[in-house]
Design a protein around this ligand. Sequence first.
Ligand code: SAH
Length: 428
Amino acid sequence: MCLTIPGKIESIDKGIATVISARERAQIDLSLVFQAQVGDWILYATNRAVKVISEEDAKEIISLLEDKYHPVDVSKLPLKFKKIIFKVRSGNSNLTKDEILYLLSLKGQNNLETLFAEANTLRKERIKDFICIHGIIEFSNYCKNSCLYCGIRKENKVPRYRLNSEEIIDTAFDAVENEGYKLLVLQSGEDDSYSDADLIDLIVKIKQKMKVFVFISVGERSEKFYQEAYEAGATGSLIRFETSNSELYTKLRPNKLLKDRIKLVKAMIKMGYYVASGSMVGLPGQSLEDLADDLLTIKSLGVPMISAGPWLAAEGTPLASSNVMHNNAKTQLELMLKFVAVARFMMPDVKIPVTTALETLDPENGRHKGLLAGANALMFNLTPEKFAENYSIYDNKYREREKVWQKYGLFKGEESWEMLEEKLMLDK
Ligand code: SAH
């Protein structure tokens, strides 16, 4: 479920090991891996060892989590940037809109590397090396909406699919029991062929059959539905406000109002949901000022987790060939990484998953780059293969799952469940 940086055991005394990792020297409880010996590499979290691993694997994990940033030479930075960095370092995360805009418009390798390195340091300080892995099951690509950006909008000619309740439960069960997932997102287009009662029944069945945190992401339904879904055991919700620019919102989502969406997000927070929200970054017609407002909106909502990703052109949509300011993968990626880093500056403790869209922009390094710009979690796609390619909200969606993340990020034991429960519930 969660990957942490490994450490090497230096000495053991009465079941407590002194461990040195790339970051720290720590006292670690060995009761779960009592066979560990001096010289072994272990994975540990919250001062408890969870697994002994080989030196080779330890080095591989370290290389995934380590950055190669040069030490930041603050003296060489523009004065304004320097001031913001000192402000953030002193623990003041209340950036002004002007400061946010300044950071989002930074250019030049030295400036960008500094921005990412500072965000990464903050992530390490506040969330430690605790990279969580979540799974997403896209159970239907039918949608009654016509969002201009989205590849599964109702007018788009893509092969449609729906998983029935049994197929969804089987997919979830396999992920939880065989792969060790502890948090699953159930996502779909807005598909009314699943009634409120169907979805609630599905949540109840999943919660009865397996121990897993269920996040729902099914778009706009009544508050009554969300209240009942929460009571049925869906403790999390992934619902983006898409863009904080209300005009752009209605342009991209015909007949919909930003204020309704925000009202729903707030209602879910009030019901007790662990809400992940945010926007798309680099949409046609979106300005840097809009992005600064998106960040301020996320902060004012006070959500514990951000869900934001780059806009990607989707074939067949009205925006497919949009000539946008950020119209290539490199600039989109850079903008998204800046957005993540500034989010980390403004909300040091927030959870930021690297989205599949970021991986699509840079399949080899998107994940790594996202983490090193301040993100701290990964989202893997669990939709059964035969359907996955049709959940094409954007083109060339990246579906690879890196072996090492799977191998070590997903502990199967009860202890990993407790670790996540602690992490999730503490920051709500
Ligand atoms: N029906 C649900 C889930 C929508 S799909 C809902 O309305 O919340 C999940 C997210 O994918 C959307 O919220 C949107 O932010 C994102 N998305 C859709 N099309 C996209 C595109 N072309 N590029 C990037 N992200 C996209």
